[in-house]
Design a protein around this ligand. Structure first.
Ligand SMILES: [Zn+2]
Length: 205
């Protein structure tokens, strides 16, 4: 999870006409989050893109829901990480499960269960990445802020982490430890380098 800048992830942010004012740990900065100037909402804008996509959809409607490569990918939702292009995947090739951090959460496990048991995937590829926003805050302090602001403390872990490789290893271990995932022989984890586009493998313990 990252804002499209090099700034730390904010504790909170406020919308402003010239961008977003964010208040990270030790400074306040304003970043432009809508670099593509538009007079309509982002959703309206991308729906126009979809209209063009439909025109070129071609044979896409004939694909089967079971991924052709038998592959499931769990990746961070980072906007710079285009999983399909990074891996050279086509539509119909793989399941791509994404969340903040590419965390193997209970919900990611849920999706992997469906992917393997009902849609025949067998290999799991994990992708974390450099400059991940999940490394810029700590769960406790973020929860303190949320609680102070809303009166409610999240009951779930935000899953921040400090060490990329260690978190990849933990993610692999969570899958290996799950009794619900039938195929665990081919589980491999990688760190995507946001500066070079390379995937660097992290070996499990
Ligand atoms: Zn990330």
């Amino acid at each position: 999870m990252c804002l499209p800048t090099q700034h730390p992830v904010p504790r909170w942010f406020t919308l402003a006409s010239d961008g977003v004012t964010i208040t990270p740990f030790d400074e306040t900065v304003t970043v432009a989050v809508h670099p593509k100037e538009t007079t309509v909402s982002a959703i309206d804008d991308v729906l126009k893109n979809n209209a063009r996509y439909v025109e070129s959809f071609g044979e896409g409607g004939s694909l089967h829901g079971a991924p052709a490569r038998g592959l499931a990918v769990v990746a961070c939702m980072d906007a710079r990480l285009d999983v399909y292009r990074v891996l050279g995947l086509e539509e119909g090739d793989a399941h791509v499960i994404r969340n903040a951090g590419g965390v193997v959460s209970d919900d990611a496990i849920r999706s992997l269960i469906i992917s393997q048991r009902f849609l025949a995937t067998r290999e799991v590829l994990l992708i974390h990445h450099t400059d991940c926003g999940m490394m810029t805050f700590r769960d406790d302090s973020a929860k303190d802020d949320i609680e102070a602001e809303t009166g409610l403390r999240p009951s779930f872990a935000l899953e921040s982490f400090r060490d990329l490789d260690q978190d990849v290893r933990q993610s692999i271990a969570r899958i290996k430890a799950s009794p619900f995932i039938p195929s665990k022989d081919d589980v491999r984890g990688f760190v995507f380098d946001c500066e070079t586009g390379a995937l660097n493998e992290v070996k499990g313990d």
